[in-house]
Design a protein around this ligand. Structure first.
Ligand code: DSN
Length: 478
């Protein structure tokens, strides 16, 4: 029996891996099977194309390439130069950016590169200059103290975590919370929307060095023109983390005031969420910050991953095709259909709906915590994640919200009718789940009760919903 190119490629790869460590080959095959069977509604996940996946499994993984294109610390980087330059060119063309740095390994890394570039650009610090040219191991304790003293408590103003902001925007569990004196802007308690007047007030009072916009759980557009005006008024550098919605920018769903690239001094992103590329990050900026951004490795990054940069080049080339704009629009149409389906069944949604790729359900209306809802949905074959809602009484661990997103299911081809059916399944699980009790007989934030027959029935319906939309139909392993 002959196979198409994709099947042949993946089957051959698994055969080669199996000869060395069969358990790894089995786990890779099992991962494809699991992904094919699950109704994946994690807002930050997607399915990269076979070409993107295959671009990562090759000899580029063997190469060190610290430095930038044409200026490497290692010899023999001519082929790495080719793919890094291609990825950067595609990124610049796709987003209309003057400069693109495609080495960051993740969104956190991209943000760290941006933060250090901003500090280096804005703060006069001999210790920072020294840190930039010396290897980290060559810095003495006195150098580090000097660095800390000279950088001082630079200020960052970003969106609060419970309003949908991200950990790396100055919060304690991340190094950004230790690098910066951070303050947050929230959302209007009545509407759940960003209140630009309040952001401006906070900025005038706090005078941040960096104003950050961007989110991982805010279901609306942000007006980046207004945010830039606020940054300019207080002399802040305006940074946008578009990790979640980069695909909507690439696909020209977010344009004008809602496209961050023309408005921000610096933009960071991941490449694997709505952008549908390999796991990784990227920084876009104007010429003023380009030199500092290009110092990302070795300042804060380990050696670049050339195999991932090759995959970024492939995925960004895909995103420049006309059909990506259609995909991006369908992501938003699907999120709105899902939101409408949930609302019509009585769910409470943060902000009352969505205009991007995600929906945030406040599950307290069902008498559940986010953790209980997340687990009950998972038992029923629906993969989501719990997330805080604004002013969440259950905190960031148990939460009161469920975040759901449509980039992955849209890649599979599901549309509005399937989104309505998905809303029905989610609503069924949440109405049939009740909060459990803890060991002391009091209410538990984690335990829940769901009739296994309901979970099984919903799981079957979820699987049926996916049947007409096979994942990676071009790949047959068995
Ligand atoms: N983990 C990503 C998300 O789920 O939003 C961002 O860190």
């Amino acid at each position: 029996m002959s196979h198409n190119a994709e099947s042949t490629a993946f089957r051959s790869a698994l055969e080669v891996i199996r000869a060395v460590e069969p358990r790894v080959a089995d786990a890779i095959g099992a991962e494809l099977a699991d992904q094919r069977e699950s109704l994946k509604l994690i807002a930050s996940e997607n399915y990269a194309s076979p070409a993107t996946l295959l671009a990562m499994g090759n000899w580029f993984s063997d190469k060190y390439a610290e430095g930038t294109v044409g200026r490497r610390f290692y010899a023999g980087c001519q082929n790495v130069d080719t793919v890094e330059a291609l990825a950067a060119e595609h990124a610049r063309e796709l987003f209309g950016a003057a400069h693109a740095y495609v080495q960051p390994h993740s969104g956190i890394d991209a943000n760290l590169v941006a933060f250090w570039a901003i500090l280096a650009d804005r703060v006069e610090s001999p210790a920072l200059r020294k840190a930039q040219v010396r290897h980290v191991n060559d810095l003495t304790e006195a150098d580090w103290f000097a660095l800390r003293r000279e950088l001082g408590d630079q200020r960052m103003l970003g969106m609060s975590l419970d309003a949908g902001g991200h950990l790396t925007h100055g919060f304690r569990p991340n190094i950004s919370g230790k690098m910066f004196d951070q303050r947050s802007y929230g959302t209007d308690p009545a509407t759940g929307l960003v209140d630009y007047d309040r952001v401006a007030e906070a900025a005038r009072e706090f005078r941040p060095l960096v104003l950050v916009a961007g989110y991982s759980a805010y279901p609306r557009k942000v007006n980046f023109r207004i945010m830039r005006e606020i940054a300019d008024e207080v002399g802040a550098t305006f940074m946008v983390d578009m990790a979640h919605f980069a695909g909507l920018v690439a696909g020209k769903v977010f344009t004008g005031d809602f496209d961050p690239v023309p408005h921000a001094h610096i933009v960071t992103t991941t490449t694997h969420k709505s952008l549908r590329g390999p796991r990784g990050g990227m920084v876009l900026c104007g010429p003023e910050l380009a030199d500092q951004v290009d110092r990302g490795c070795p300042m804060v990054l380990g050696g670049p991953l050339p195999h991932v940069m090759a995959a970024k080049a492939v995925a960004l080339a895909e995103a420049r095709r006309p059909d990506f704009a259609d995909y991006a629009q369908r992501i938003v149409d699907n999120a709105q259909a899902l939101a409408d389906g949930l609302l019509s069944r009585g769910a409470t949604l943060v902000t009352g709906g969505t205009d991007n790729h995600l929906v945030l359900i406040d599950v307290s209306g069902y008498g559940l915590t986010g953790r209980q809802a997340e687990q009950a949905l998972l038992d029923s074959g629906i993969v989501t994640n719990r997330n805080a809602v604004p002013q969440d009484p259950n905190g960031a661990w148990y939460t009161s919200g469920i975040r759901i997103g449509t980039p992955a299911l849209t890649t599979r081809g599901l549309g509005a009718a399937e989104m309505d059916a998905t809303a029905e399944l989610i609503h069924t699980v949440l109405t049939r789940t009740t909060a459990g009790t803890g060991p002391d007989g009091g209410p538990s934030k984690a335990k829940y009760v769901l009739d296994p027959a309901v979970a099984e029935q919903v799981g079957k319906q979820a699987a049926d919903l996916l049947t007409p939309f096979p994942l990676y139909p071009e790949v047959t392993l068995g």
